[in-house]
Design a protein around this ligand. Structure first.
Ligand SMILES: CC(C)(COP(=O)(O)OP(=O)(O)OC[C@H]1O[C@@H](n2cnc3c(N)ncnc32)[C@H](O)[C@@H]1OP(=O)(O)O)[C@@H](O)C(=O)NCCC(=O)NCCS
Length: 173
C-alpha cells in the first residue's frame, strides 16, 4: 500500500534520519561498485548528520522524506540551484540532487511521486531549465527521467572517495 506512505519536507530535526536513510539507500544500490574505504569516505562526506544539517539549513535547497505508515523513513529526495559542471550553465538552472528509495519500496510508483514533488517545487521556485546527474550505468533511473522529459546533454566525473564515476548530465527545458 503505497497510498499510506507520505512525502513531507524535511526539517532541521531530520539530519540524523537523513544520514541514515541516505547511507542505507546508497549502499543498497551502489556499494558493490566501490572499495570499502571509498564508500566509507563518501558516506562520511555526504551522509553524515553534520552534512545533512548544513543542507537543511540552506534556504535555497529543499529536502523531502518518504515515510512508511509507522513513520519509518523509506526514501528521500533533494533539489536546489544546479551545481553540475555544465559549460554556460544558465543562472536560473535547477537540479534534482538525489532521489532514493529503500530497495523494498521500489517499483511501486513511489519514486515517480517523489520525483513529481521535487520537480513541482523546482518549477514553483522558477528554476529553468532543470538538470539531473545520473550514473552512466544506472539504466533504470535514466528510463524514469526520460519518461519525465529529461534528455542527455553532457557528462562529467563524480567522486566517490578516490574513485571517479562516469555520469551523464540530463536536462529538461
Ligand atoms: C530511481 C527510483 C527512486 C525510482 O523509484 P521507483 O518507485 O522504483 O520508480 P517507479 O515505480 O515510480 O517507476 C518505475 C521506473 O523506475 C525506473 N527505475 C529506476 N531504477 C530502477 C531499478 N533499480 N529497477 C527498476 N526500475 C527502476 C524505471 O524507469 C522503472 O520503470 P520501467 O521498469 O517501466 O522502466 C528507485 O528505483 C531507486 O531508489 N533506485 C535506486 C537509487 C537510484 O538509482 N536513484 C537515482 C540516482 S540518480
Amino acid at each position: 500500500m503505497t497510498d499510506a506512505i507520505t512525502i513531507r519536507r524535511a526539517n532541521l530535526g531530520d539530519a540524523f534520519r537523513l544520514g541514515d536513510i541516505g547511507s542505507v539507500t546508497f549502499s543498497e544500490t551502489f556499494a558493490h561498485l566501490y572499495l570499502p574505504e571509498d564508500l566509507a569516505a563518501f558516506l562520511q562526506s555526504t551522509h553524515s548528520p553534520e552534512a545533512w544539517g548544513r543542507r537543511l539549513q540552506d534556504a535555497h535547497l529543499a529536502v523531502w522524506l518518504v515515510e512508511d505508515v509507522d513513520g519509518t523513513a523509506v526514501g528521500y529526495a533533494s533539489a536546489g540551484p544546479c551545481k553540475l559542471p555544465m559549460p554556460d550553465l544558465e543562472s536560473n538552472a535547477g537540479e534534482l540532487f538525489q532521489l532514493y528509495l529503500r530497495a523494498s519500496h521500489r517499483g511501486k510508483h513511489l519514486g515517480s511521486r517523489l520525483l513529481e514533488t521535487a520537480l513541482a517545487w523546482l518549477e514553483l521556485r522558477g528554476f529553468d531549465p532543470l538538470y539531473i546527474g545520473v550514473w552512466s550505468g544506472n539504466a533504470g533511473a535514466q528510463r524514469l527521467y526520460a519518461r519525465f522529459g529529461f534528455t542527455r546533454c553532457g557528462e562529467y566525473e563524480f567522486a566517490v572517495g578516490r574513485q571517479r564515476d562516469h555520469e551523464f548530465i540530463l536536462r529538461r527545458a
